[in-house]
Design a protein around this ligand. Structure first.
Ligand SMILES: N[C@@H](CCC(=O)N[C@@H](CS)C(=O)NCC(=O)O)C(=O)O
Length: 208
């Protein structure tokens, strides 16, 4: 069902996405824009972007940045994201956007996957901010140390400190999901958008 979401999307909303661009040097030429995602495939933050692009039926190129080898910290990469992290989306030649939730907002705004209603928009943001502040620093970081670095023993003490706030975040979600199928049951458009977050959070929670 998720992957069919764009079937319900009005053509006009799809057209709002920037797909074509005027050539920067030869203005009479129109070039087709292919988004480029700089990513590390096991990353949950990168998964969110791939899932959304797939839902939007947007073709995109993938460039693997091996964060375990420090490839996101090279001088070349820091020109794309001065914060040295993936995901980064190249939305036009040499035009970069970083922070996964900002990328999701950029891609989904103006489509059926993001609500028009003022409160509904804020509610989507509410959970996106929740993810970054109350979930990601505890659960995603723990997953990184355990599953990707394989250093559970080395990080034992830090992992213990992350347990209480990590479970607290999951508790907030659990309590909410007892009544709702998704974090935000506010209409098909936002539901789909928030699904991205929910699915990622659950994937992360399951992986530790
Ligand atoms: N708040 C950022 C977090 C990005 C982030 O922490 N990315 C990690 C992988 S999920 C990374 O690039 N780590 C490599 C590093 O810090 O050098 C987002 O949502 O995009």
């Amino acid at each position: 069902m998720l992957y069919n979401a764009n079937r319900n999307m009005k053509k006009s909303t799809l057209e709002k996405l920037p797909v074509y661009l005027r050539h920067p040097k030869q203005s009479h030429k129109i070039i087709k824009l292919v988004l480029k995602l700089y990513e590390y495939p096991p990353s949950g933050n990168c998964y969110k972007i791939r899932l959304l692009l797939t839902q939007l039926d947007r073709p995109f190129d993938r460039v693997t940045i091996d964060i375990l080898k420090g490839e996101s910290r090279t001088p070349e990469f820091l020109l794309k994201n001065p914060n040295g992290r993936i995901p980064v989306l190249e939305i036009a030649p040499s035009k970069f956007l970083f922070e996964s939730n900002a990328i999701m907002f950029y891609l989904s705004e103006g489509t059926e996957l993001f609500p028009d209603d003022k409160l509904e928009r804020a509610q989507v943001m509410q959970w996106l901010f929740f993810e970054q502040y109350s979930h990601e620093p505890f659960i995603a970081t723990s997953r990184f140390w355990i599953s990707l670095l394989g250093k559970a023993e080395e990080y034992k003490e830090a992992l213990q400190q992350k347990q209480a706030p990590g479970y607290a975040a999951l508790g907030v979600m659990e309590q909410h999901l007892e009544k709702m199928n998704f974090l935000s049951e506010i209409g098909i458009r936002s539901r789909t958008s928030v699904y991205l977050l929910t699915r990622t959070l659950r994937a992360r929670a399951d992986s530790i």
